[in-house]
Design a binder for this molecule. Structure first.
Ligand code: SAM
Length: 298
């Protein structure tokens, strides 16, 4: 996945260097202009403007007393962060100015184990209210400030985009869309290809692929009529072109109604666990799969 993220950030935002942190976080610098490029990204689930990022080992030593340590951290965040740039980026994502805000904090690790997440949020809230003139409102807020403190770093950031809310608008969500995008990216269907999802559920994998790789044809099968109904309702939300390239039908994946050598690629988020009753049941083994290769065009 990280290679795909890196490639997408480089190609879409002209980012030179992408720093990967852990399994799923990526840091990069990019110009905020033109803003539309950010809305085209498919791989990130969430996008934040980083106000402050400091190596935890380079932070001043924490006072032993919890509240004094939380106050020190709050002063650090309020005074040292790149607030002007981060707020400018935040506004470019369609927000008005800030009147009210809330702070959420997550603390983990051993280095600052005597600080509490709630205490950090409270002290940072007070410090920012004083420094910026904003009002704390935990429920009806314009801006959310997120603080992460662990053994690696102290981060303050502002959420810019959450893809599931921003782009999906699907009545029946399923697999996370960035994961669906990454799975489809492994195939990168070409125009004219037929791509099959033999257990399509609410169809997210194929919907995502149809939007990103137009020109191919997508067939979703499932043995549960309710799931197929969900797929159809989801695909009705798409624009006409990707919607027209999608078909759904009822079938048991163990007895596919397709000729051998008839599809170009198979994408599937396999069912497992209690929900699908397959804890001890069948699991598709390679020996059970038939070769499903290109349709002849005639
Ligand atoms: C993990 S879900 C797929 C989720 C899907 N990717 C989504 O985002 O909604 C697995 C699907 O497999 C279907 N399924 C389970 N066994 C099946 C079988 N033998 N033949 C066809 N579909 C099956 C279930 O009905 C379910 O919709």
């Amino acid at each position: 996945m990280h290679r795909f993220v890196q490639e997408e950030l480089q190609a879409t935002l002209d980012v030179e260097h992408v720093e990967r942190f852990g399994q799923a976080r990526f840091f990069f610098s990019a110009s905020i202009h033109p803003i539309e490029r950010f809305f085209r990204l498919r791989s990130p689930e969430k996008l934040y403007a980083v106000v402050l990022r400091q190596n935890a080992l380079e932070l001043p030593p924490w006072p032993d007393e919890r509240e004094a340590a939380e106050e020190q951290l709050a002063r650090q965040v309020a005074s040292r962060g790149a607030w002007t740039d981060a707020l400018r980026a935040w506004q470019r994502f369609g927000r008005e100015g800030v009147q009210s805000f809330r702070v959420t904090a997550k603390r983990a690790g051993k280095l600052a184990a005597h600080l509490s997440s709630n205490g950090i949020a409270e002290f940072v809230g007070e410090a920012l209210a004083e420094a910026m003139g904003w009002t704390v409102d935990l429920h009806d807020y314009d801006l959310e400030v997120m603080i992460h403190l662990n053994d690696e770093h102290l981060i303050a950031c502002l959420p810019l985009l959450e893809r599931s809310c921003q782009q999906a608008q699907l009545p029946f969500p399923g697999l996370s869309q960035p994961v669906a995008w990454a799975m489809a990216r492994t195939v990168e269907p070409s125009p004219g290809d037929l791509v099959l999802d033999p257990m399509c559920g609410s169809g997210i994998l194929l919907l995502e692929a149809a939007q990103c790789w137009p020109g191919a044809f997508y067939l979703g099968l499932d043995d549960d009529p309710k799931q197929l109904e969900r797929s159809r309702k989801n695909s009705a939300v798409l624009e006409a072109a990707p919607c027209a390239s999608l078909s759904f039908g009822r079938s048991d994946a163990r007895r596919l109604p397709l000729k051998s050598s008839s599809v170009d690629a198979v994408l599937c988020d396999l069912p497992f666990g209690k929900q699908y009753g397959s804890e001890e049941g069948w699991a598709p083994r390679p020996t059970r799969l038939r070769t499903l290769h290109p349709f002849s065009s005639g």
